[in-house]
Write a protein that binds this ligand. Structure first.
Ligand code: TRP
Length: 342
């Protein structure tokens, strides 16, 4: 039998997940799970979240449960996919300890994503060590599980690249092949860009208050869709309207299924010609979104009421993940010749 591909993905738990996360990554994870040809790990990266939230562990803990509920609601099945918590796997920190010796500080500073984040977070004067080092810790997350495929956003390309370097350096330095070079899997075209916010802002985010969350009920969803940014020149229904930059059509493009394509094309044409009101298009979008989100919301509500069950799932997943990481760690220490007691 050929060994299955091992897939590892993760999220920093810093808030509940929105429909941009769903379309960009969660949906693909569920599809991969259903394909049945991968061994899958999904990690809640609470330690990585702490690298820039050290003073706010409360927020991370709360978000962690929210994200776990989101995972289950979209259809990740803990019987097939191991869902676990980074901080509960002490082995990961030990990998990082050994990998740190193989990466220079200059190399970390050259990582483009880290560079951008340092600016965004105002760390230019003094970067927390833990933050600077997180790409190495991410290499630990990936290699501890011998992941071969890592589905991530485009902003994570530099992390995959650094992980591959760590693997090559480690294997070369210790003349071994215990570590596996992972391959990044990046979003396909349709979902490639980030989903913009309801107000047309380039990014959907909790802090900008412009998102639709998986935790939003039907009423909230309706209010949000009805408040979406369309075309500020489309005042009267008879006026010709614009599709470009119109969030309602943008979302229809992203969320419409094959069965919606004809209707969407017709609406676009009608809208540009004039005579189609915003409210009608919004109603249609609401229908499309509800089809996808209603079942998720329903499952979410059920899980959210049973924190005990969520904790049991996460504990079980973490125990399994720890055993797996411990096995790889023992191979790593053996390769380094520091397995003193056999
Ligand atoms: N850096 C990732 C993010 O911000 C989260 C993450 C942590 C991750 N460890 C990982 C992603 C390992 C893939 C593999 O979204």
């Amino acid at each position: 039998m050929i060994a299955k591909d091992i897939v590892l993905t993760a999220d920093r738990p810093t808030g509940k997940l929105h429909i941009g996360h769903f379309i960009g990554s969660l949906r693909k994870r569920v599809l991969m799970q259903e394909e049945g040809k991968y061994k899958m790990f999904v990690m809640l990266a609470d330690q990585q979240a702490l690298t820039d939230h050290a003073k706010d562990p409360d927020k991370i803990r709360k978000s962690l449960y929210e994200v776990a509920v989101d995972y289950l609601a979209v259809g990740l099945n803990p019987k097939i996919t191991t869902i676990f918590i980074q901080s509960q796997i002490p082995e990961l920190a030990e990998f990082t300890m050994y990998y740190m010796n193989l990466v220079s500080i200059a190399r970390l500073h050259r990582n483009p994503t880290v560079k951008t984040e340092i600016k965004q977070k105002g760390y230019t004067e003094s970067v927390p060590v833990g933050f600077l080092v997180y790409p190495i810790s991410q290499a630990s997350d990936i290699t501890a599980f011998k992941a071969t495929k890592v589905p991530v956003g485009n902003d994570q390309k530099p992390m995959i690249e650094q992980t591959r370097e760590v693997v090559r350096t480690f294997n070369h330095t210790y003349q071994t092949d215990v570590l596996v070079e992972p391959e990044g899997i990046y979003p396909d075209n349709k979902a490639a860009g980030r989903l913009p916010g309801l107000n047309g802002n380039a990014k959907m985010s909790k802090s900008l208050n412009n998102g639709i969350f998986l935790a939003d009920d039907a009423d909230t969803l309706q209010k949000k869709v009805m408040s979406m940014y369309t075309d500020s020149n489309h005042l009267g229904m008879e006026d010709p309207g614009q599709i470009e930059g119109n969030m309602v059509f943008k979302y229809l493009d992203v969320f419409g299924g094959r069965e919606d394509q004809k209707q969407i094309a017709e609406m676009k044409e009608h809208y540009q010609r004039g005579g189609l009101g915003d409210v009608q298009v919004k109603r249609y979008l609401l229908e499309v979104l509800n089809r996808e989100l209603k079942p998720i919301y329903k499952r979410r509500k059920a899980y959210a009421q049973d924190l005990g069950e969520i904790k049991r799932i996460l504990k079980k997943g973490s125990e399994y993940a720890q055993a797996f990481a411990a096995q790889t760690l023992s191979e790593v220490k053996k390769a380094m010749g520091i397995n003193y007691f056999g």
